[in-house]
Design a protein around this ligand. Structure first.
Ligand code: UDP
Length: 341
């Protein structure tokens, strides 16, 4: 039997997934992408292959296509599954809750069924700091109260609990849910990054698209919050650091005492929207067209992570700066403009 550590990465052609594929491969794992490309471009595969200088193993399949997935699980000895594939837009989830329930619950159920059937021992789940709702105390640690204010947040919270209850019923499987804060940035080459479909919801893609002329202006959603400069505060983490947290999570699971755990993955530092805009202008020299607008419904004023658990348990910490993240995103925006011509 092969001693290669094959890792199924669902949603591996997506933003965080593709960076994780690189991090896995660069750390001796053998990623297998399972993605149905409904939210990702197939050309991500070629770009990954050019960065890795080798072929990437991928299958075009949805998580709920169990018969197809069974074929993949039978073909390779699978060491672990990292489950990214899910819908992730808060606003869309409010409009289409059933679509979110169907996909985000259904995909997880399929993956759990498969790991049980094929005796896969390690499972890493993409959760989100959205499970903290509007926290009373910041920074938030893993024991902070959880709540949700959208169907999307509800799916993340319930998914975490589904994993915990499932793990109770099977021996030998260990799982970890990583609660991501705000991923930003791109690969240092500028060839892999975040390419949202349509109008971006997230701040940095909106900034880079405005700077390159795809959007007219950035609206800063409110400057009357109870924060030092009045704009909201988030914990922005470089996607390459976040990707490495998945490698650390797999390494941890191999020897973990606890069979399930949840871990915050952030930097531990809060940055305001206004600071992000200023960093962007300083880093790129581009004058950004922006205005102050109304608050966006559902936004929380401030959140950032207590990262002690990730530091101690996973032996991981964020290493890259916000400025590095911003300049890599800008490099990617310029690359993708040419690439899509
Ligand atoms: N934001 C903004 N204008 C935009 C997009 C986002 O001012 O066009 C703000 C938003 O109000 C929030 C922060 O940027 O305070 C991060 O928003 P994002 O949607 O990226 O992350 P989330 O709110 O989900 O943490």
């Amino acid at each position: 039997m092969s001693d290669k550590k094959y890792i199924i990465v669902t949603g591996g052609a997506g933003y965080i997934g593709s960076h994780t594929v690189l991090a896995l491969r660069n750390n001796g794992y053998h990623p297998i992408i399972v993605d149905d490309f409904r939210n990702a471009n197939k050309d991500v595969i070629e770009r990954l292959e050019s960065l890795l200088d080798e072929e990437v193993i991928y299958f075009s399949a949805a998580c709920q296509e169990e018969p197809r997935l069974r074929g993949i699980f039978s073909q390779f000895p699978i060491h672990g599954v990292i489950h990214f594939a899910a819908y992730k837009a808060v606003g869309e989830s409010v409009e289409k809750p059933l679509m979110y329930f169907d996909n985000n619950f259904g995909s997880l159920i399929s993956m759990l069924e498969l790991i049980k059937e094929f005796n896969v021992k390690h499972f890493v789940f993409s959760s989100s700091c959205t499970v903290y709702g509007d926290p009373k105390q910041i920074p938030v640690d893993e024991n902070s109260p959880v709540s949700y204010n959208s169907p999307y947040g509800f799916t993340k919270k319930v998914n975490e609990e589904m994993i915990e209850q499932f793990i109770e019923s099977v021996s030998e499987i260990k799982a970890i849910s990583l609660r991501y804060f705000n991923p930003i940035g791109a690969h240092e080459s500028g060839k892999i990054g975040e390419e949202p479909d349509g109008i971006p919801n997230n701040l940095l893609p909106f900034i880079t698209q405005t700077a390159i002329g795809k959007r007219e202006e950035l609206t800063i959603f409110g400057d009357d919050y109870d924060t030092p400069d009045g704009t909201c505060i988030r914990d922005y983490i470089h996607v390459a650091d976040l990707a490495e947290a998945h490698v650390a999570a797999l390494n941890y699971l191999a020897d973990a005492n606890d069979r399930t755990t949840v871990v915050n993955v952030g930097t531990g530092k809060g940055t305001s929207v206004m600071e992000m805009v200023n960093y962007f202008q300083e880093e790129t020299g581009v004058d950004l067209n922006y205005r102050i607008g109304n608050r966006r419904e559902g936004d929380i004023p401030s959140i950032y992570a207590n990262t002690s658990k990730a530091n101690n348990l996973l032996n991981w910490e964020a290493k890259r700066s916000i400025r590095e993240a911003i300049s890599s995103s800008w490099k990617f925006e310029q690359f993708i403009k040419e690439f899509r011509k």
